[in-house]
Ligand binder design. Structure first.
Ligand code: ZN
Ligand code: ZN
Length: 345
């Protein structure tokens, strides 16, 4: 089969002819119908985040059709040949201390698809059956693929922030993750959701989903959030950009008992004034990593019902072609999250 693979970081991906993967007794073979090209994949190609082993087929946002089912796959997994599925990207052991506590994103032998084992930039992928979640007919494969990364991450972040009905939320960065976060915050029962960004088009889209726009290019977002909340601040602030500045703004925007959830990746240091910013408000700063398998069926159902609308989320599709995928990654490096392209092999 064809697979587009990272041979060496810092170099373009290459197309290779490799064997169709083996299907273990508890695995399923999935014919890939859609694989999202994520910003992280561009980081892997650039060597910013480490991919191991190499060469490796990239791609962790995957949806497709079950082609073959391993001999020991039971009804519990409720998948059979011909089923439409989307794939949870963390392959975990199920037995370690973290897996047994339901925190499987910290599995001691966890492997991420497209980072630690072959991913979805290919015609087929083999994964444990429990990584395959039924994808209802109402959801296109393209949406099934991307929601397994950006929407799932936003969903988990809101849960980490312990958002409750009647609370207020500020979402810093309303690109791919943020558009889902705005909609999901309202599903969680948030009264007011403030969308903070410097891009007027993204703010308009967020406003369409019921958010109150705050244009950080025109106004100090912290002062504006405070003004709009009558000086109180927000209960939950999500940092989805990965900048020290916006992480600071999240913390400064918090109300008493507020929770700042940090999702955007950055290796820079953020300064906090403990007394004024945390202690006096009993505020919290919370890290949120990936998502959990048991969150995915809820998310899939929200998309099926149209409660979470992903219709504007995919900006284009490309075939399983190394040149086109490399070009998409070049654009991701230049324009970031505005580019949401899905490979449709
Ligand atoms: Zn992703
Ligand atoms: Zn484990």
């Amino acid at each position: 089969m064809k697979a587009v693979r990272l041979i060496k970081p810092g170099q373009p991906l290459e197309i290779q002819e490799i064997p169709v993967p083996q299907v273990g007794p508890r695995d399923v073979l999935v014919r890939v119908k859609a694989a999202g090209i994520c910003h992280s994949d561009a980081h892997y190609r650039a060597g910013v985040s480490l991919v191991d082993p190499l060469p490796l087929t990239l791609g962790h946002e995957i949806a497709g059709v079950i082609e073959q089912v391993g001999a020991e796959v039971t009804d519990v997994n409720s998948v059979s040949v011909g089923d439409r599925v989307c794939l949870h990207y963390m392959v975990t052991c199920g037995d370690c201390i973290y897996c047994s506590q339901g925190s499987e994103q910290f599995c001691t032998s966890g492997q991420m698809l497209g980072k630690n084992r072959d991913g979805g930039y290919a015609e087929y992928i083999s994964v444990p059956a429990r990584n395959a979640f039924p994808l209802p007919d109402e959801i296109p494969f393209e949406h099934g693929a991307i929601m397994m990364c950006s929407s799932a991450t936003s969903f988990h972040a809101l849960r980490k922030g312990r958002l409750e009905a009647g609370e207020t939320v500020a979402v810093f960065g309303v690109g791919g993750l943020g558009t889902s976060a705005v909609q999901l915050a309202r599903v969680f029962g948030a009264l007011d959701v403030y969308a903070v960004d410097i891009n007027a088009d993204k703010l308009k889209m967020a406003e369409g989903f019921g958010a109150i726009p705050v244009n950080a290019a025109e106004t100090d977002p912290v002062a504006e959030v405070k003004r709009l909340t009558g000086g109180r601040g927000v209960d939950v602030a999500l940092e989805l950009i990965g900048l020290p500045l916006t992480a600071r703004q999240c913390i400064e925007s918090l109300a008493v008992f507020g929770r700042a959830v940090v999702v955007g990746l950055s290796d820079k240091t953020v300064e906090i004034a403990p007394y004024r910013e945390l202690i006096c408000r009993e505020a919290e700063v919370i890290g949120s990593a990936d998502h959990l398998a048991h969150e995915l069926p809820i998310l899939i159902e929200l998309v099926r019902r149209g409660t979470l609308d992903l219709s504007g989320a995919v900006t284009g599709t490309v075939p399983l072609d190394a040149d086109e995928i490399n070009e998409t990654m070049d654009r991701l490096e230049r324009f970031g999250g505005d580019v949401r392209v899905v490979i449709t092999p």
